[in-house]
Write a protein that binds this ligand. Structure first.
Ligand SMILES: *Cc1c(COP(=O)(O)O)cnc(C)c1O
Length: 372
């Protein structure tokens, strides 16, 4: 079955008690059990699991061809749960261009949990091989990465990792399973902030992990979520499930808009460099072509000059909104260095765009007038 069809039908079983086509939201925190606490209906308490979250998990697993999925309250909660499955003394390798809050996690939290970490340039497999230690348990990949849209070769990295018995996690938030399916390329775990494209309307927070066959950490993740309480609320799970029905359509439009903008920006004298994996000038364009169906709705570019020139452009847009986050229907612009703050590695003249689903002509016109 094609993924566009799966997106519409996954986790969409008709409600047996009413025949409702749209899935119900089960808000109940507790479920009837037997006199000796025997589970009767498959559920007992909301923090363990709830029916709406189960529907979402079933759908997410199908979209990535995974064996199972675990939904969380946020993308961060999902990522942290993976780190918390590691035994003390383990070593994790992170990429140099990464969602900034994971950089904070590595710097501020991992040492307290007796975990070590190293940052490497994942575009250089030799550097990655050299960074692996006997206790390396997890290699973290983010592709396309934030905010520079770097592309990492998931298949090559997975081979290197597995030769050393390390797991590979791919943060697939920018691509979504519509565009890139990391488990099929050899990765062990896929991470999503469903706050972004899955929700798709800038109105819900969530996260998820999708795991490949018989991943031994599956039960650990469920236990961590249950004990630490990072479950998705039923309402949020329902909104994410609703969002994924239109995900394939939206990703096509986000992508064609972003591609048109990237091409237009390349010709603007005030633009120094455009970072979009769909451009033939992108450093890892060949890898992107191999592992992505198309190239997504995120791009960034450097404005000639410095921070003042970049924030000037951000102040002159009329249609793009100055805001963080991504993946909604509306187009956003952000001066990433000031948004990321203390741990930022973003260039001072870098602007990031989350391209929405408006008409591309209007978006391009807006950027061109701001760059005049
Ligand atoms: C937003 C984001 C996260 C974190 O997700 P939250 O839902 O905000 O916790 C992780 N990775 C990437 C690439 C993101 O864009």
């Amino acid at each position: 079955m094609k993924i566009e069809t799966t997106a519409v039908h996954a986790g969409a079983d008709i409600d047996p008690s009413t025949g409702a086509i749209a899935p119900p939201i089960h808000l109940s925190t507790t479920f009837e059990h037997g006199p000796a606490s025997e589970e009767i209906h498959g559920y007992s308490y909301i923090r363990e699991k709830n029916p709406t979250q189960s529907r979402l998990e079933e759908a997410l697993a199908q979209l990535d061809s995974g064996e199972g999925a675990v939904a969380f309250a946020s993308g961060m909660a999902a990522g942290v749960a993976v780190v918390q499955t590691l035994p003390p003394g383990s070593h994790v390798i992170f990429p140099d261009d990464i969602y900034v809050t994971f950089r904070r996690l590595a710097r501020d939290f991992l040492p307290n949990w007796n975990l070590q970490s190293t940052v490497v340039n994942m575009q250089d497999p030799a550097k990655l091989s050299k960074a692996i230690r006997p206790n390396t348990k997890l290699i973290w990949v983010e592709t396309p990465s934030n905010p520079l849209l770097k592309i990492s070769d998931i298949r090559a990295i997975s081979e290197i990792a597995h030769a050393s018995k390390a797991m590979v996690l791919v943060d697939n938030t920018f691509a979504t399973p519509i565009i890139q399916r990391p488990l099929e390329l050899g990765a062990d775990i896929v991470l999503y902030s469903t706050t972004k494209y899955f929700g798709g309307h800038s109105d819900v927070q969530g996260g998820a992990l999708v795991l490949g066959n018989k991943n031994p950490i599956f039960d650990k993740l469920l236990r961590i979520r249950q004990v630490l309480g990072s479950v998705s609320s039923p309402f949020n799970a329902w909104l994410v499930l609703r969002g994924l029905r239109t995900l394939p359509c939206r990703m096509e439009r986000h992508t064609s808009n972003a591609a048109a903008i990237a091409t237009a920006l390349e010709d603007v004298p005030a633009v120094e460099e455009v970072f979009y994996p769909g451009l033939p000038t992108h450093k890892e364009h060949e890898i992107a072509k191999r592992q992505m169906r198309y190239f997504g709705g995120m791009l960034s570019f450097q404005v000639r000059g410095g921070q003042d020139q970049a924030t000037m452009v951000a102040s002159k847009v009329k249609l793009f909104l100055n805001a963080t986050s991504l993946g909604g229907t509306e187009s956003l612009i952000e001066h990433r260095a000031s948004s990321e703050g203390e741990f930022s590695t973003a260039q001072p003249n870098l602007l990031r765009l989350s391209v929405g689903i408006e008409h591309p002509d209007d978006l391009i016109e807006d950027l061109l007038q701001a760059l005049k």
